[in-house]
Write a protein that binds this ligand. Sequence first.
Ligand code: NAD
Length: 333
Amino acid sequence: MNVAVFSTKPYDEQFLVQANQDGHSHELVFFEPRLNAATVTLAKGFDAVCVFVNDQVDAAVLEQLAEGGTRAVALRCAGFNNVDLKTAQRLGIDVVRVPAYSPYAVAEHTVALMLTLNRQIHRAYHRIRDGNFALDGLLGFDLRGRTVGIVGTGQIGVEVVRIMRGFGCRVLCHDLHANPEAQQLGAEYVTLDTLFSQADIVSLHCPLTPDTHHLIDAAAVAKMKTGVMLINTSRGAIVDTAAIIEGLKSGQIGYLGLDVYEEEGDLFFEDLSNIVLKDDVFARLLTFPNVVITGHQAFFTRNALESIARTTLDNLTELESRGTCVNRVSASG
Ligand code: NAD
């Protein structure tokens, strides 16, 4: 297939070109801009587009893709909340994704945020460089014996369960379906309210759906333990940012670790260091000493990029040869 690759960073090109040489023969053309209504004309005449988390594959873009002859959207990520699946189906455009690449990458980054916040590594780093060796304000807590609440125990959530059980934590889980692997690891399934009321750390690993949009709102924050640690490496809009800012101000939230942000589409993956930050909500988050934010980098390991590139090209090859693909996502589920 000839494929227009959008939102291309140097590392995307490097890993996709390598994977294409290792057993595929797609014609890949790389574009730096994101796919949206303004850039969709670049895709004209391409069999497929290859996109990432913040490309806008909405109805208007899909209509134009169909008009230009594009028959497939290949997501090089697991989440597909940025694609209008109903419109894609109506237009006969196949949508394929990478359902699993390295759950370990995301799980390990999740735990990195927990450890950074707890032991204040982000503040210690600057203190030491400034010749300040005082420990006041850096007091942490033992993870052993603490209760961790995992919302969503799919591939990533269960790896977080495994790691936290290794630390000697009690693990409570909430999911639409219990995962026997989590139970074998000693985790206990409880209602969301029980999880909120008992967890010292709440970590989010469910997808963004209409049901999980703003799952963590003011009411949810109020149900949590005072001083709770909240971690979101899933999708930004699962959390109502205004509500968690209020929670941070009142001390109800004691620590916040984010790898994703509701409005990240305007910020993440770009070097904006010479531009004035216009997002006042994000700017407020940056003022808290007990908030650590990374820019959607949880997936970003060599192993994950190799796997993403290989599966993305396998998906396109499978679509081309069989007319369908095991990693196809559809509006009907
Ligand atoms: P997965 O599909 O294996 O697991 C998701 C789990 O969430 C499933 O068990 C599902 O039943 C559960 N779930 C769905 N709706 C729920 C609800 N309302 N309440 C509780 N649980 C619910 O997905 P995964 O591979 O573990 O990925 C989880 C999410 O992580 C993805 O949807 C994606 O948004 C995010 N992600 C982030 C990064 C990153 O770099 N930060 C990378 C990959 C994935």
